[in-house]
Design a binder for this molecule. Structure first.
Ligand code: 6CS
Length: 362
């Protein structure tokens, strides 16, 4: 990757480093003073943290910062190796590695666990979360439906979500312009594995295909698929705009990621080490938000200004969004009926929580 093109890796690292130093005054020093060392018995910890993204992309930068903070807090006793996407297999392989304890930490997109934790498919419901990304982040941080009830569903499958956070609003790219539901008729849409994501696009008239993002650039280039959805930073950094002629600012959903840990591993840790992890997860909420915010904003300009790979960027107006919203709305009942035994209860509660944050009907 070209670091000259990615200023937040310079400016951002200064921000992150300052914040890391400020943050470590609490957990790190006190824990060391109380116990003589982190963990209380001089033990050192070597852990693995796998992400679904590469260096310079939000998940990877998040995980690196997470690792650095824990290393500082523990006075060097906690060392975490962060893995880029691909080295340990597909997104689904990575989830299995977390479940079996081959890796201790993982960032998981719920879209890749849809056939296993059915209730987690609620993140596929378009036009559910607030349009405002900061409000979505507030919902993700405060929601009992997500942080208690949905988290329990993941724990039943040996995945402990420590945090739900946004990587930004999602947009569509296409080989043709996507402006109305008519434009989706017969459109070969790449999606993640979740049956609900695929059903949502069938509702628009599209023909969805599940695919790992490792195959997506070639898939778009060769026309195996016509388009895809992702936050802007990811579209630019993965180069999808190079092999697509159109991008639609649709803001039809938010990309939600989960910071997860293997529950058996976490539960066996000494309490002071668990507290350091929890504190770091808490700090990372703001850091993750800033990372995605800056990257999404700056890389939109990069796509617009790119003369080598010109992209027609079109922003849906409210009437156009309304047509998609109307088609997406019935998917909520579809989810209530097909999204697992607790789907209806979790979604009802989440809708109320969203209304509390936005002051509007969800
Ligand atoms: O589209 C995907 O599958 C990928 N998108 C993002 C923003 N992160 C990782 C994920 O696998």
């Amino acid at each position: 990757m070209d670091f000259r093109k990615k200023p937040w890796l310079m400016a951002g690292s200064a921000f992150l480093l300052t914040a890391a130093i400020a943050g470590c005054g609490n957990g790190g020093d006190d824990a060391a003073e109380d116990n003589g060392d982190a963990g209380g018995d001089g033990e050192t910890y070597e852990w693995r943290f796998v992400t679904e993204e590469n260096q310079g992309q939000v998940q990877y930068e998040y995980a690196e910062e997470f690792a650095e903070r824990l290393n500082e807090k523990s006075d060097g006793q906690i060392n975490i190796d962060v893995y880029e996407f691909g080295g340990l297999g597909s997104e689904v392989d990575q989830v299995e590695q977390l479940q079996s304890g081959v890796v201790e930490f993982a960032i998981v997109s719920p879209g890749f666990t849809g056939t296993m934790v059915e209730e987690g498919q609620l993140f596929a419901l378009q036009f559910l979360f607030p349009d405002d990304v900061a409000e979505t982040q507030e919902v993700l941080e405060t929601s009992e439906a997500l942080n208690t009830h949905l988290a329990e569903k993941y724990e039943e499958h040996n995945i402990k979500p420590l945090s739900f956070w946004t990587e930004g609003a999602m947009q569509w790219t296409g080989s043709t312009q996507l402006r109305t539901p008519d434009d989706f008729q017969g459109f070969a849409m790449r999606t993640q594995e979740s049956p609900l994501i695929m059903e949502s696009y069938r509702q628009y008239g599209a023909d969805p295909t599940a695919m790992s993002w490792s195959e997506l650039y070639t898939g778009l280039q060769q026309g195996t698929v016509d388009g895809q959805e992702n936050p802007i930073f990811f579209i630019e950094d993965a180069g999808f705009h190079e092999v697509q002629d159109h991008m639609t600012i649709s803001n039809h959903n938010n990309y939600v990621a989960m910071t997860t840990v293997n529950p058996g591993f976490y539960n066996d840790l000494p309490e002071d080490i668990q507290a350091m992890i929890d504190e770091t997860v808490e700090e990372m909420k703001e850091v993750g938000f800033e990372l995605q915010d800056q990257m999404n904003e700056e890389l939109l300009d990069a796509i617009i200004e790119n003369e080598d790979y010109p992209t027609d960027v079109y922003e849906l107006n409210e009437d156009e969004r309304e047509q998609f919203r109307e088609l997406a709305e019935p998917m909520r009942d579809y989810f209530r009926e097909n999204g697992g035994e607790d789907a209806a209860e979790i979604l009802d509660m989440l809708e109320e929580e969203i209304e509390e944050v936005t002051g509007e009907e969800a």
